[in-house]
Design a protein around this ligand. Structure first.
Ligand SMILES: Cc1cc2nc3c(=O)[nH]c(=O)nc-3n(C[C@H](O)[C@H](O)[C@H](O)COP(=O)(O)O)c2cc1C
Length: 361
């Protein structure tokens, strides 16, 4: 797949997800084969004014010392990237073309190759400001935003949207995006007010693919090879995986192996390439992994935390990481007492030990 002048090595991407796609998780997704791992959506106005999620002392003091300018802008705390991300993609949201253009021109976004514009978020607090999926009901403003961001920034502009807000206008919207200069579109083919209920509209995905000449990326309910095939059968050039990657970045390896028709590579070999895991991996870990494939979740959690510690404070991370740590236990039978301990842990090293115990037992 090619997006603008960027040639991708894989069709499988990590979907943008607010509250989930931190720099550590994105790096893991990339390692396992998501060629693009989008940031979560970031407010254009927030970036311009330096406002963001009100978190108490979330940054690592060492990082603040070395990056005082970045530390001042709270929204930029969502934009950390690692070198492993060769193609960097940020998603922004907003409804005012002026602010959207200004955000695209910010130095803070300089390192990104792709700026994806969110026109699909159904959250009431976003929609009530005319942002996210509300733009599907305001196609003129949506068009102005895309046209101006394309014209007035040097970034590759892409757009992510849904089937419509309440009425299906996805084909018309897709054509508008292409005409306005978007280099690719991603579609989650459910109505905004549908949340995750019902099924993804695969025939609509086919119609969209036939209506435009830019790459279409399919999003929604991809959890395994069967669901991947179903989405690829619509003719989309790429797919995004969202919820199925929670605690399971290895899914990108598995789906890529299927697409490339290659034999499943043993996980213990796969994690030795490129020294990515070098700072966290011990001989004992490798032995445990050979005995139990699920042990990869412990190794992933260790790497996830080691990346996040470069940027964020321990105080912030212990609370933030609880949901990820619980996701790393998905599919593993364990007693509820240990899970409860993980959910309430006040120390990251303790959390890792509990996770290890859950996996090994
Ligand atoms: C927790 C969560 C946060 C999300 N945040 C965003 C977001 O910031 N931007 C966006 O375009 N979509 C967002 N989405 C939608 C996903 O990108 C994706 O389109 C949707 O979850 C369907 O894919 P899935 O079935 O693979 O999860 C979010 C989804 C979830 C579950």
């Amino acid at each position: 797949m090619e997006i603008g002048n960027l040639k991708l090595n894989s069709k499988i991407l990590l979907a943008p997800m607010a509250g989930v796609n931190d720099v550590g998780f994105r790096a893991l997704a990339k390692y396992y084969g998501a060629d693009i791992s989008y940031t979560e959506m970031v407010s254009a106005k927030g970036l311009i004014y330096g406002e963001g999620k009100a978190l108490t002392t979330p940054l690592n003091p060492e990082f603040v010392k070395q990056n005082p300018e970045i530390a001042k802008n709270k929204s930029s705390w969502l934009l950390f990237t690692e070198d492993i991300e060769k193609i960097k993609a940020v998603q922004i949201f907003g409804s005012d073309p002026k602010f959207m253009v200004k955000a695209c021109q910010l130095d803070l976004l300089k390192k990104f190759n792709i700026i994806d514009i969110n026109m699909g978020c159904p959250a009431p607090k976003i929609v009530k400001n005319g942002e996210g999926s509300a733009l599907m009901d305001n196609i003129d403003i949506a068009k102005q935003i895309i046209e101006r961001c394309v014209e007035e920034s040097d970034k590759i502009i892409t757009v992510k949207f849904r089937k419509g807000y309440r009425k299906n206008n996805a084909v018309e919207f897709a054509k508008m995006c292409e005409k306005a200069g978007a280099k690719a579109i991603s579609v989650h083919a459910r109505f905004a007010n549908q949340g995750y209920s019902g099924i993804v509209d695969y025939s609509l995905m086919k119609e969209i693919v036939n209506a435009v000449n830019i790459p279409v990326i399919g999003s929604g309910d991809i959890t395994d090879i069967e669901s991947l095939k179903k989405m690829l059968d619509t003719g989309v050039e790429g797919v995004m995986v969202g919820r199925a990657s929670f605690g399971n970045p290895v899914i990108f390896k598995e789906l890529n192996e299927y697409i490339n028709g290659i034999k499943k590579q043993p996980i213990e070999n796969f994690i030795l390439k490129d020294d990515f895991f070098k700072d966290v991996l011990t001989e004992n870990d490798l032995e445990n992994l050979k005995k139990n494939e699920k042990y990869i979740n412990y190794i992933n959690a260790k790497k996830h935390i080691s990346i996040l510690r470069k940027y964020y404070s321990e105080n912030f991370l212990i609370k933030y990481m609880r949901k990820h740590m619980l996701w790393y236990t998905n599919g593993i039978r364990c007693n509820s007492e240990l899970k409860q301990k993980l959910a309430t842990s006040e120390n990251l090293n303790d959390s890792l030990n509990i996770l290890k115990k859950i996996i090994i037992n």
